[in-house]
Design a protein around this ligand. Structure first.
Ligand code: SF4
Ligand code: SF4
Length: 174
């Protein structure tokens, strides 16, 4: 006995279904033309979705008031990163009051899972997840973000200064 069921005569006649689908599409199209504000889609890239302030987008390395990088190369972010996509090389600073600084800091954003652990782990507000989320590129090298890209890319307009003031932090003992 064959287990393959033959379609009924009504189901094998496709034209009513096709016409119903076209009618539904036509009604939706007219509705969208008449009420563009009610459309559930955006005309990307002309229109972009605005995420909330807690959105975890592309990383930003913050800078001090003098424009130098805030990171102290303590490695806590790299240790906390579950994707192991942060590579830091520390170096001694000329200023004796600064213990060390990152001579190179790189995030492979193709491996990053945007969990925000690096931001949480940083004791000096040196890394943040910013509001930018467009990371298109033609080859993989564009996705290895270095210090220049993380702290001084043109969109940051000279760098993001931390809300933590160094002097206040020292006075508070943190
Ligand atoms: S967001 Fe998560 S995965 Fe990405 S660099 Fe930070 S800790 Fe690593
Ligand atoms: S970004 Fe913060 S946690 Fe990461 S190495 Fe720099 S100071 Fe340490």
């Amino acid at each position: 006995m064959s287990l393959v069921r033959k379609p009924s005569a009504a189901a094998s006649w496709y034209l009513p279904g096709i016409l119903a689908g076209m009618w539904f599409t036509f009604v939706k199209m007219i509705g969208n033309i008449l009420n563009p504000k009610k459309m559930p889609t955006l005309n990307y890239p002309e229109e972009k979705y605005e995420y909330g302030p807690r959105f975890k987008g592309n990383h930003v390395l913050t800078v001090k008031k003098d424009g130098s990088i805030r990171c102290t190369a303590c490695m806590l972010c790299a240790t906390a990163c579950p994707a192991q996509c942060i590579k830091i090389t520390a170096a001694e600073h000329d200023d004796p009051t600064v213990e060390k600084f990152p001579i190179s800091y790189e995030i492979d954003v193709l491996r990053c899972v945007y969990c925000g652990f690096c931001e949480e782990a940083c004791p000096v507000d040196a890394i943040r997840m910013g509001p930018e989320w467009q990371t298109a590129g033609l080859n993989g090298s564009k996705f290895a973000y270095d210090i220049q890209q993380l702290a001084y890319r043109p969109q940051l307009k000279g760098g993001v200064v931390s809300v933590l003031d160094d002097q206040e932090r020292h006075q508070a003992g943190i």
